[in-house]
Design a protein around this ligand. Structure first.
Ligand code: ADP
Length: 470
């Protein structure tokens, strides 16, 4: 296939399109997965911060001092926190008791503000560059000067003592819990690296597999193209021989001296024979083409096999008698109907019977029988002819194939008889089975699904009358 330019180009185009489409699908799904993963991590992180903030909030609120200047009390509650404007001693913190089980102490930080938003206390690990003023938005994300990102949650604290005036100061202050986003960013970066390296590798694999797949897809098209080419070459060859012989005879007839006029009738007979052969060949070719390219197949009708076989046997009787071959048929009383195209079925069985007579020597027998088995009608054409060697039986359905070319030409065969028969059988969802032994004879069997038998027809008849009755 690669040697053929047209197919190579089509295969390449198919592979490129396939790789492109797969590439787009891959990148979209990769991006979607990345987004989903980051989103899931982010949601888990926010849930974790909220949970810690909730725990701290609930345990702090009952202990909050009511004083306007609460730093002294705060130091008693939070001995581990750094108080604003006091030297900071980073001992193990209260925060640790709540957060240490979840992460290390550098991950989370805490800050406490009064109701005016003034910073009161903070854990030593808080990013120092943050301004000591409050932004009361619940969720905030910052980027520190060291490049690390932080995410924090702010919640309102209410004093349990309630001594302050709730109209002026509806809250005691604010609690802020935050954490570094460094592990999350590192994870996202890791995923981005995997995608950056993995995507070209996956695309390379897709490109290779699309080249292979497009080759597979092109294979049947290429085979059919080759068959078509072979058919054209064979048909041209088959047409050329009788045409050349015809032209040679015409030429010879034209050059015939007036003294040799007695040879003219024999020459004209040759011309007629070759003309007939040509005509037969063209008819067979057209029939075969119409069978193979039937764009809108005619609807099948019920056909009576008994009538069909009876008619054919009668029709071929003369030919058989001429060849001194005894032609007989075995048709049962019960009628069998199949769904099909009658003229095509006629052609199928006539080809089989004609072959049986053609390839049976003088004094031989040909029997055409119709039997039924398990809702299948079996039509068998049996002869006591020359037979076909086992190794050649598989090829006899090929176009223009003849076991013995010289003999087949003498008997007037086009080499398309069995090809047509097989094509008709296939159009009727059937097959032709061959059993043959050289020197003993051949048996060609066609099995067709029974549509209706005469007994079934009769049982349906009263209904038909009833329906048609006024
Ligand atoms: P042809 O027109 O040459 O008969 P067919 O396609 O009908 O072409 O048959 C193909 C070949 O199969 C024949 O050339 C012949 O050699 C072989 N063949 C077909 N039917 C029979 C048969 N009944 N007995 C022996 N050989 C047969």
């Amino acid at each position: 296939m690669n040697s053929h330019q047209l197919f190579r180009r089509s295969r390449l185009r198919l592979a490129v399109w396939y790789a492109l489409v797969m590439g787009v699908i891959l990148s979209l799904s990769g991006f979607g997965m990345y987004r989903a993963l980051v989103q899931a991590n982010w949601a888990a992180l926010e849930r974790e911060i909220e949970a810690i903030a909730g725990t701290l909030h609930d345990s702090l609120e009952p202990m909050l001092p009511a004083s306007e200047s609460p730093t002294a009390t705060l130091q008693q509650i939070f001995p581990e926190l750094c108080l604003v404007e006091r030297p900071c001693d980073p001992n193990p913190t209260l925060i640790q008791r709540h957060t240490i089980g979840l992460s290390d102490r550098t991950t989370y930080y805490i800050r406490l503000f009064d109701h005016q938003g003034k910073l009161l206390a903070f854990s030593p690990n808080q990013p120092l560059q943050f301004l000591p003023t409050l932004n009361p938005t619940p969720w905030q994300t910052f980027r520190a000067s060291n490049g690390n990102r932080y995410h924090q949650f702010t919640t309102i604290l209410h004093s349990a003592t309630g001594n302050h005036d709730p109209r002026n100061h509806p809250s005691w202050g604010y609690l802020q819990i935050g954490r570094t986003l460094a592990p999350l960013d590192a994870e996202a970066q890791r995923i981005r690296w995997i995608v950056t390296i993995g995507f070209p590798v996956a695309l390379g694999l897709v490109a290779a597999s699309s080249w292979w797949l497009s080759g597979l897809a092109m294979q049947p098209i290429y085979q059919s193209y080759q068959q078509q080419q072979q058919f054209t070459a064979d048909a041209a060859h088959e047409l050329r021989s009788p045409l050349a012989s015809l032209l040679a005879t015409v030429e010879a007839a034209l050059r015939l001296p007036p003294s040799d006029q007695q040879n003219l009738p024999a020459m004209l007979q040759t011309i007629e024979r070759q003309g007939r052969r040509l005509s037969l060949l063209i008819t067979d070719l057209l029939f075969l083409t119409s069978l193979e390219h039937q764009s809108s197949p005619q609807p099948f009708q019920p056909c009576c096999l008994n009538d069909l076989i009876g008619d054919l046997t009668e029709e071929f009787l003369e030919l058989a008698t001429g060849a001194n071959v005894q032609l007989a048929s075995q048709i049962p009383q019960q009628e069998f109907y199949v769904l099909g195209n009658e003229s095509q079925l006629y052609r199928l069985f006539s080809n089989l019977i004609a072959n049986a007579i053609k390839y049976t020597p003088s004094g031989g027998h040909v029997i055409v029988s119709l039997t039924a088995r398990e809702r299948m009608a079996l039509i068998a054409v049996k002869d006591t002819g020359i037979g076909i060697a086992a190794e050649k039986q598989a090829r006899i359905f090929d176009r223009f194939y003849r076991v013995d070319s010289a003999r087949a030409r003498k008997t007037g065969g086009t080499g398309l008889g069995l090809t047509i028969a097989q094509a008709v059988a296939q159009a009727h969802e059937s097959r032709i089975y061959v059993q043959s032994h050289v020197g003993i004879g051949s048996l060609f069997t066609v099995a067709l699904p029974i549509y209706q038998s005469s007994s079934e027809r009769e049982s349906l008849q009263p209904w038909a009358t009833h329906i048609n009755a006024p």
